[in-house]
Design a protein around this ligand. Structure first.
Ligand SMILES: NC(=O)c1ccc[n+]([C@@H]2O[C@H](COP(=O)([O-])OP(=O)(O)OC[C@H]3O[C@@H](n4cnc5c(N)ncnc54)[C@H](O)[C@@H]3O)[C@@H](O)[C@H]2O)c1
Length: 267
């Protein structure tokens, strides 16, 4: 990377779905490597969240990292987490919403209301709740002197399946399309406040979500093979796009859905 493209991250990063070895964990580690020294991370899985906290501290032991487990579908949890982040750090500069679930392959007529609610509860409602909490905090704070025109940046992880569709995934595709258009609507509403709101639409990425079971790996094969680059992406490749969108290098990028998909959606 040219030195003029070095990204700097003064201030506080807030990352959901940060546990384990997926995209949220890669984003947390990428912030740490890029010099961010204050971070709040959350996930429903405490053990995997602790794993990410340890990985972040292994990169830089001086990083102040708050790790708290909980369910992002629960508005009371999200409110209490936001209060904790405010008490600890007084601000959120980069909010990255990564928590999400995939669910079973099933057409709408085979999908129960409970399955629909579960997917949309985490992917759409959860992302809305954590975005909303971050936006509320950003509205209370002044921009950092290092980027006086940016009060805050929100980046949510949607999916290539928010743009195009595939068989047996109406509930998931709908939940990700919702994130893309929520991103646009929030971008319109908060532009005047100096807050940028964008999302990233990954293709098939090698994470526990896609490699956790032989069944899922098998059903994703056609999606990998049809993409021009014909491989899975890595969580780090998605994290690079996220950090760019959070940074002041993306200062005129607003309400965008950036595909990181090896060309899947151009086919
Ligand atoms: N891996 C892919 O191919 C791919 C493609 C497109 C989009 N995505 C999206 O990327 C995001 C990250 O997925 P990943 O691939 O890293 O998978 P992952 O399973 O490794 O990460 C998702 C994380 O979210 C956490 N989580 C799940 N439900 C939660 C809840 N209710 N509250 C809080 N945390 C919760 C999980 O514990 C997990 O750590 C998801 O939104 C997913 O839909 C992934």
């Amino acid at each position: 990377m040219a030195s003029s493209m070095i990204l700097r991250f003064p201030g506080v990063a807030f990352i959901t779905g940060a546990g384990g070895t997926g995209i949220g964990a890669a984003v947390s580690k990428a912030f740490a490597r890029a010099g961010c020294t204050r971070m709040a991370i959350t996930d429903i899985n405490k053990a995997s969240l602790d794993h990410t906290r340890d990985a972040v501290l292994a990169i830089n032991p001086k990083i102040q990292v708050t790790a708290r487990e909980g369910d992002i579908q629960d508005d009371k949890f999200v409110e209490s987490l936001a209060d904790q982040v405010r008490d600890t750090f007084s601000r959120i500069d980069y909010a990255v919403n990564c928590a999400g679930i995939l669910g079973k392959d099933q057409r709408s007529t085979e999908t129960s209301v409970a399955d629909f609610d579960r997917i949309n509860g985490v992917n759409y409602r959860g992302t809305w709740l954590t975005s909303r909490a971050a936006l509320a905090q950003m509205l209370r704070q002044e921009p950092l002197p290092e980027h006086p025109k940016q009060r805050g940046a929100v980046v949510s992880i949607a999916s290539q399946l928010g743009i195009v569709a595939r068989p047996g995934a109406a509930h998931y595709c709908g939940s990700k399309a919702a994130i893309i258009n929520m991103t646009r609507a929030d971008a319109i509403d908060y532009s005047k406040d100096g807050i940028r709101v964008n999302c990233v639409c990954p293709g098939v990425i090698e994470t526990p979500m896609t490699t956790g079971s032989a069944d899922v790996t098998e059903r994703l094969k056609p999606a990998i093979e049809i993409a021009p680059m014909a491989r899975m992406g890595t969580p780090e490749e998605v994290a690079d796009a996220v950090l760019f969108l959070c940074s002041e290098r993306a200062s005129f990028i607003q309400g965008h859905a950036l595909v990181v998909d090896g060309g899947y959606t151009i086919n």
